[in-house]
Design a protein around this ligand. Structure first.
Ligand code: DGJ
Length: 719
């Protein structure tokens, strides 16, 4: 790190310009105003004279505006004359302190890639500490803590963070979705204005994943400058891209607070969730892989890197029909096809014979499992598989012992009719007694049974959720959720957790700091999954993404696909099965076993390599895969999403391999795979072909004609 003044890194000093570098990225911040203003976030600048950056980028003061240009600080302040939406919105009971302006107090460098700047407003009696960190892979993380240094209460309405991007960012990709169709992207020109996505549904949400991406005109997977921002937070949020009237642009994100949700007493503080930025000088892929490296380096994952076990989840196989004999037979068939983890989904506890009862009572149902869970668990482990179990701890049904004993423990606003979702209410986890109840029951569940995996679900949005003080309780609920998982993890370090929220309603790096896997979507339709997984893969590496082979006809869409397409789609994640194997013919079971075997053969590459996606080269294809870090091996899929204007797909071009290496390219055949109609197909799939990396990138490889909704997978090995 360069500094414009010489000082000991640990020393509290005021160094106006700070340069931090990592992973080919430079961040230059001006701390002279107290709240750091990032004046460059982009390509590595090398060793530079820091003042020259500020001189080079100093803005003119135009007519028709204030006599100075307000800095674009990480927390933009209206009091500074900032023309965009303020990052900080606070006030006191008498309406004062509403337009803070900060001055610098101290700048610290706890290590060479971290900057901690503290600023104060002595009039409004506030202190704001902002942390900027660049990891060695180039991911930029910022967060701020606001402290009330006055005597009176301080109401916090917003504390949003800003990451400035180049004015060359000309296009925005925003993300949306719904249940069963998560991580859908839409791109538009960014000629002016802002693009903000918000959710107040109390969870990360299917509708507004907290991710935004901008880039230079026409940016793609391998070209253009790209900036992404993700809010690592599992509650209400606001994320977007803002263009100021003077042309400056930034990405923004923060916890979206309900009115009156945060009030700081004297000395109390509020900390934002981390906003994590990722820049790339050469397309989306590099930016996306910085997030993957960050996820892979999270302590619980890095310290315990295990091969992801092929899983079977019982939900779509049996739903609420927890017949012991059926479950044991399902386990027999699962083990026979190569499954390594058997997960008992919803329906094992309390009065949970359907989805209208039982939530809140996390004890084994004597109706569903008269002899307890142990006989099933022993059967499963006896077959060589580990056992996982489903829970939904943040919820409560009125038809439950918990509700009958404590009807007041719900997260609702008194005086209004209850708002139910899937017939259930939300349990106020921020209430210590409710937290303790769930902790005690789940702790006992994990203590008393040989459970290695917990699928943690959350099936309804939070609406009108008031806590015990009748104030909005969504933020406290999210923090209590984090606290609950953290405590369970501390007590049961061997247990892995999956985040699920009706599929992918809670996918973010906040929850991923305490879970091993996400359930990407309740949709197992391979066609939709191709798109959902491509979107999710912007943020997550494959081994974290739960991807299951469903039955031939998808339960959520009614569409039918052959196993070859379903398997080639699920293959590129943490593989699982969501299919009633008791319905399968011997042939289907054999085919499934060979697919599981295929996945195991390639999973080390799939689960440690670099995710690559290719820009569409026709109107019907979607291609991507995984390259090993040293580029000696790759697995790539081309999916034909529709019939397409041309029967012949274009040659598949694979940028980013080792140009000089010779690759043996082979077709990875899936059981019962069929291609499209043609008088003749390319000859190479029969025996393989050897091509250089330069050829694969330069002219590519012709694939056979494919029917719509089919995939073709190739394996590459450098000789
Ligand atoms: C929603 C999840 O996404 C499903 O996989 C399943 O666990 C159900 N909830 C169970 O109620």
């Amino acid at each position: 790190m360069d500094r414009s003044t010489e000082s000991n890194p640990e020393e509290a000093s005021i160094a106006p310009f700070v340069h931090i570098r990592g992973g080919g990225v430079s961040v230059v911040a001006d701390t002279s105003g107290g709240v750091p203003a990032i004046i460059h976030w982009g390509r590595d600048l090398g060793d530079i004279e820091l003042a020259s950056v500020a001189d080079a980028l100093a803005l003119p003061v135009p007519f028709g505006a204030l006599d100075m240009v307000a800095p674009l600080t990480i927390v933009p302040c209206h009091g500074d004359g900032f023309a965009g939406p303020p990052g900080i919105k606070v006030h006191r009971n008498d309406g004062t302190s509403w337009a803070p302006r900060f001055t610098a107090m101290s700048v610290r460098h706890p290590d060479s890639t971290t900057l901690v700047a503290t600023a104060a407003d002595v009039v409004a009696e506030l202190e704001l500490t902002t942390t900027v960190g660049l990891d060695r892979h180039g991911a930029l993380t910022v967060s701020s803590t606001l402290r009330n240094t006055g005597e009176g209460e301080l109401w916090v309405d917003a504390l949003d963070l800003a990451l400035p991007v180049s004015r060359d960012a000309a296009e925005i990709v925003s993300f949306g979705g719904r249940w069963g169709l998560e991580f859908q992207s839409s791109r538009r020109e960014w000629s002016g204005g802002s693009s903000i996505s918000e959710t107040l549904l109390g969870r990360t949400s299917h509708e507004s994943p907290p991710l935004v991406m901008v880039g230079t005109s026409g940016f793609g997977e391998w070209s253009g400058e790209v900036w992404m921002a993700h809010l690592a937070w599992s509650g209400n949020h606001r994320v977007g891209a803002v263009r100021l009237p003077d042309g400056r642009r930034y990405l923004t994100g923060g916890d979206l607070l309900h009115p009156g949700e945060v009030c700081l007493a004297a000395g109390e503080s509020f900390t934002t969730p981390p906003l994590i930025g990722s820049f790339s000088p050469n397309g989306i892929g590099t930016a996306s892989r910085r997030y993957h490296r960050l996820v892979r380096s999270m302590a619980h994952r890095a310290e315990n890197p295990r091969l992801r076990p092929v899983s079977l989840n019982t939900w779509e196989a049996v739903y609420f029909d927890h017949d012991g004999g059926k479950l044991r037979s399902l386990a027999d068939r699962a083990a026979a096809v190569g499954v390594e983890r058997f997960i008992l989904d919803d329906g094992w506890f309390g009065a949970r014979r359907n989805d209208q009862a039982g939530l809140g009572d996390w004890t084994v149902s004597p109706d569903a499992h008269p002899d307890g869970l142990d006989p099933l668990i022993q059967h499963v482990t006896g077959l060589g598989m580990s056992f996982g179990i489903w829970v939904e701890p943040e919820m409560i049904n009125e038809d439950s012992d918990l509700f009958r004993a404590h009807p007041d423990w719900t997260l609702e606003t008194p005086g209004y009719p209850s708002v139910r979702g899937r017939g259930q209410l939300v349990l106020d986890l921020a209430r210590p007694e409710a937290f303790d109840h769930v902790l005690t029951q789940l702790d006992a569940l994990l203590e008393d049974h040989e459970v290695e995996y917990v699928k943690w679900d959350h099936n309804r949005p939070l609406v009108q959720g008031s806590d015990a003080s009748s104030r909005a309780g969504a933020r406290r609920q999210t923090l209590a959720l984090y606290g609950l998982i953290d405590e369970l993890r501390a007590r049961h370090p061997g247990v892995e957790f999956e985040t699920c929220s009706g599929g992918g309603g809670r996918i973010d790096l906040g929850i991923l700091g305490r879970t091993e896997r996400v359930w990407v979507s309740d949709c197992n339709d391979a066609l939709d999954r191709q798109v959902i997984q491509r979107g999710t893969s912007l943020l997550l590496p494959p081994e974290v993404m739960g991807c299951h082979i469903g039955p031939p006809t998808a339960h959520t869409t009614g569409r039918t696909h052959p196993l070859s397409f379903r398997a080639a789609t699920a293959m590129f994640g943490h593989l699982g099965i969501e299919w009633n194997l008791l319905d399968c013919s011997d042939r289907e079971l054999d085919d499934l076993a060979s697919v599981v075997e295929l996945h195991k053969r390639h999973r080390e590459l799939l689960h440690t390599g670099d995710v690559v996606r290719f820009d569409p080269s026709d109107d019907a294809g979607m291609a991507g895969g995984v390259y090993s870090a040293d580029r000696s091996e790759a697995l790539v899929s081309y999916a034909r999403m529709s019939s397409g204007a041309s029967l012949t797909p274009p040659p598949l071009r694979l940028p980013g391999l080792d140009a000089d290496a010779l690759y043996r390219v082979t077709h990875v055949a899936f059981p019962s795979e069929t291609w499209g109609m043609a008088s003749s197909h390319p000859a190479w799939p029969a025996a393989g072909i050897t091509l250089s990396g330069a050829q694969l990138s330069g002219h590519g490889l012709q694939l056979p004609t494919l029917l719509p909704e089919r995939a073709f997978v190739i394996h590459l090995l450098a000789g």
